[in-house]
Ligand binder design. Structure first.
Ligand code: FEO
Length: 398
């Protein structure tokens, strides 16, 4: 991909990863990008690098603008290796005067690369670095997405280089939000938030408040993944506000896995009941829907209904995997219920209820268990449960 001047003398020099399909358990079926930015000023500064296997792309991009050895400073906003994998080679080539990072960043860089000899310059929150015509304010963003994370804000350009914040895993030849389909862009932004940042929603809320308090003006947000926000800055900030406050819509999601289609038949009946109350409902069979897509869909959905057959006194493995993953992400403000068929022991419903309790769901009822294959009466019970869920969604409102 070609270098892109995102503002006068500020360049995107990152790499597009068309082939990545899994990002620590997140299905990146449309690839990703690792964005890095180069500011040409009195002090030439590179913000972040890229994954190790794509270092050639980064260096090629930098070389089309300047000789890499002319770079004075490197800023590491985040140590995770999608942004630092190529740092050792870049350091070797550039030999920068200073390598800026947060206090936790220095610790993590040492623990990753074991290089005591790099010219670390630790910057605390609100530290300002002068580049010449421009400056950089560092904003501490611990746990967004690692303890070392920070943002870099360039006030003269109203530019926020936001590391993992506001990112999307989406490989494109376009670099800006207004060059792609907005709803597709938001679908990737939702999925990214739900799978990477949801757990840290209290910190996102604090960060958004802090940005307000600081009164910083932003006309461009340049994340380290995906498209750069310039026409939809307010939209993505508002969306983050909603997601971080666990705002939900009047929707229901029936998530299930099934052994011999009995639980699937129950899932359809539950969905029928929800629909009869005028609530939008989706069915997601875990055999055909990746857990990271389920999490994305669940983000703003008020009611989550789980269905699993019982296998070996437990849950079907895909349901166990989903619930364990979901619990770690700490979704909040949900109502829920469970159902499932079984042959002799039938623990699945109880186990799904335990997960929902741990996630602080408002559990509508104890759930429906059916031995082997549901009768018409069983399915009527499922429809009634769906209707109760639909009514509960309507009563709770938005
Ligand atoms: Fe894109 Fe947390 O790394």
């Amino acid at each position: 991909m070609k270098v892109c001047e995102i503002k006068k003398d500020i360049y995107w020099v990152g790499a597009v990863d068309w082939n990545v399909r899994d990002f620590h358990g997140y299905s990146t079926y449309r690839g990703s990008t690792y964005n890095a930015f180069l500011i040409i000023d009195d002090k030439i500064t590179l913000f972040d690098t890229v994954k190790k296997n794509l270092k050639g792309d980064l260096l090629h991009h930098i070389k089309t603008i300047i000789d890499p050895s002319k770079i004075d400073y490197i800023v590491v906003n985040h140590v995770e290796m999608d942004h630092t994998g190529s740092l050792p080679e870049v350091m070797e080539l550039v030999k920068p005067e200073k390598l800026f990072c947060s206090p936790m960043g220095k610790k993590a860089l040492l623990q990753h690369f074991h290089r005591e000899d790099w010219p670390y310059e630790v910057v605390g929150p609100d530290h300002t670095l002068n580049l010449g015509r421009r400056s950089v304010q560092f904003i501490e963003t611990r746990m967004l997405h690692w303890p070392d994370s920070m943002f870099s804000y360039v006030p003269e350009e109203k530019l926020l280089i936001s590391s993992d914040g506001f990112g999307q895993h989406w490989a494109t030849s376009e670099r800006f939000d207004d060059e792609v389909d907005f709803s597709e862009l938001m679908s990737h932004a939702v999925k990214y938030y739900a799978n990477i940042l949801l757990l840290f929603s209290p910190l996102v809320r604090k960060l958004l408040e802090r940005v307000k308090e600081l009164g910083i003006e932003i006309d461009m947000i340049a994340p380290d993944h995906g498209l750069i926000w310039r026409s939809h800055v307010k939209d993505i900030l508002n969306a983050y506000g909603d997601w971080a406050h666990h705002k939900t819509r009047k929707k229901a999601l029936v998530i299930y896995d099934t052994m011999w289609h009995s639980t699937e038949t129950m899932a359809k009946a539950v969905a029928d009941g929800v629909e009869q109350e005028g609530v939008s409902v989706k069915l997601m069979n875990l055999k055909f829907n990746h857990r990271s897509d389920v999490i994305a869909e669940a983000l703003d959905t008020k009611a989550l209904v789980f269905g699993s057959s019982t296998l070996n006194n437990g849950l079907l493995p895909r349901m166990a995997g989903l619930l364990s993953y979901m619990k770690g992400l700490k979704p909040r403000n949900k109502i829920g219920a469970a159902f499932g068929s079984y042959g002799w022991s039938g623990e699945a419903v109880k186990l799904m209820n335990v997960y929902m309790e741990e996630m602080k769901f408002d559990i509508i009822e104890s759930g429906i268990r059916v031995k082997y294959v549901p009768t018409h009466d069983h399915l009527k019970e499922c429809v009634e449960m769906g209707k109760r869920i639909g009514r509960a969604v309507n009563e709770l409102g938005d």
